[in-house]
Design a protein around this ligand. Sequence first.
Ligand SMILES: Nc1ncnc2c1ncn2[C@@H]1O[C@H](COP(=O)(O)OP(=O)(O)OP(=O)(O)O)[C@@H](O)[C@H]1O
Length: 291
Amino acid sequence: MTSRARQPQASEERNEMTAVTENHKTTEQVENSGPVHGAELVATNVNKVYSRAGQKFHAVEDVSVTIKPGEFVCIVGPSGCGKSTMMNMATGLLEPTDGELALDGEPIRGPSPDRGLVFQKDSVFPWMKVIDNVTYGLKCRGVPKEERMSIARKFLAEVNLTHVEKSWPKELSGGMLKRVAIATAFSNAPKLLLMDEPFASVDYVTRLQLQKTVLDLWAEHRLTVMFVTHDVDEALTLADRIIVMTNGRVVDDRRVAAERPRRLEALSTPTMLEHKASMLQHLGLPTEGGA
Ligand SMILES: Nc1ncnc2c1ncn2[C@@H]1O[C@H](COP(=O)(O)OP(=O)(O)OP(=O)(O)O)[C@@H](O)[C@H]1O
């Protein structure tokens, strides 16, 4: 018989969230507050050409972009604009047809532990208990058992999952599984965290909690984050820089200098509304002011 893992009480979650948001910093504050662990990602004239019904087309076309160490960058764009293709090339799982991606000056030729991944579909192995999932990458890299358990427990504590380390994934909620994936990614101490619509399938409240968890870990560990989302509000909540893609191209690249923590009301300031209207216009959506 399996027992359902204890869920944190609503009040516990709220207290954790408050503590977390109070610590958020902008990229500049993070950069100025100590050494940055993140790496610089440089894409130079990157193209990806696919064939569809015998016709070649550019899924990504001539993208050149530099993401600074420690920067939190969101990529926003409509379905099919090439966000995931860009992300997959950064993971090293997909090769550009032309151009190059490099991390700290080293061309990306394949996957590596210096790049952590959290994708929309759960990247948690159902046949391993939570603690074994989180330690798996460390084990593969030969990290001694005591050390990998200590690292995994530290990150499970940071995502408030200490109480389920011995649970099976099937005993956890969707939001908890996301937190296992986040703890697993951070345990491997990546220099670049690649997140492709990681919270698309969770409910609104859980999504806000997960956003705060990621922001807190980002500020603490000072790694570089590239986060793909459809959701302009999510990008404005998370990012210090937002890149908008349409039809495989970068059509907008803007800095969001708003103070952190960004509570819900922060999205309604005139500057944020201006950012939103401008991005929606790039995405071909009507805005309230008719801009
Ligand atoms: N392996 C493939 N072979 C052929 N075409 C592909 C392949 N992978 C992606 N595409 C096409 O490339 C384009 C970009 O796809 P991509 O998945 O990068 O878009 P996306 O912006 O991430 O979309 P979504 O938000 O819906 O996930 C789409 O037209 C898609 O159909």
